[in-house]
Write a protein that binds this ligand. Structure first.
Ligand code: ADP
Length: 197
């Protein structure tokens, strides 16, 4: 299976991405995790990435594509992928479409998880209490939600136009969200021949 998860921060992309990968046998590719790993490596590029992430700004498309492309190419060749957090801008979506066309393996579904902003903010602030991520702070959370609305939300229309959007209400228990995604996917004609573009 080849699908992507499109969702604002706090919607549960990471949790659902892992579950969908386990369910379908595809590889879970979490853009934020791959970028955080690169940041943690301490290279010059890593320090640049860390600065964008700490501010809640998007990492520039060119860097994201350099980091993500090898993982996507490898997963496409071995059982498919669940992309979590990539693409996140229209230029990334068109680059991903070109890559998919070149590899001859198009995206089959774009799963859109949505929830009211108050729910997202509460979840992120709860997680902030655990202190695991530098960008889980009130002012950075607000900024990440703004960046999502501006740069990423337009992808909902992009994938709707391509007939592969599966919209799911993420304001329910994780199990209910998983079940709703699976139901939505089984209603789609997963031809595997459809390209991202
Ligand atoms: P969340 O969705 O909760 O913000 P992620 O781990 O997916 O968490 O992303 C964390 C940060 O990593 C983002 O705020 C951004 O700085 C960077 N990032 C992740 N994916 C992308 C992407 N596709 N393009 C640009 N930046 C990204």
């Amino acid at each position: 299976m080849r699908l992507l998860l499109l969702a604002p921060p706090g919607a549960g992309k990471g949790t659902q991405g892992e579950r969908l990968a386990a369910w379908s046998g595809a590889h879970h590719i979490a853009a934020g995790d791959l970028l955080r790993a690169e940041a943690g490596a301490g290279s010059l590029l890593g320090r640049e990435i860390a600065a964008y992430q700490a501010r809640g700004d998007l990492v520039p498309d060119r860097i994201v594509l350099d980091v993500l492309t090898p993982a996507v190419v490898e997963a496409a060749a071995r059982g498919g992928y669940v992309l979590d957090g990539f693409p996140r801008t229209l230029p990334q979506a068109t680059a991903a479409a070109e890559l998919a066309a070149r590899l001859g393996v198009g995206l089959q579904a774009a799963v859109y998880l949505h929830a009211p902003e108050a729910v997202l903010t509460r979840r992120l602030l709860d997680r902030a209490g655990l202190g695991r991520r530098a960008d889980d702070r009130a002012e950075v959370i607000r900024h990440r939600l703004e960046v999502y609305a501006e740069a990423t939300a337009p992808l909902v229309a992009y994938y709707t136009e391509r007939g592969i959007l599966v919209a799911v209400d993420a304001d329910q228990s994780p199990d209910s969200v998983t079940a709703a995604i699976q139901a939505g996917l089984s209603a789609l004609p997963l031809t595997g021949l459809r390209n991202l573009g």
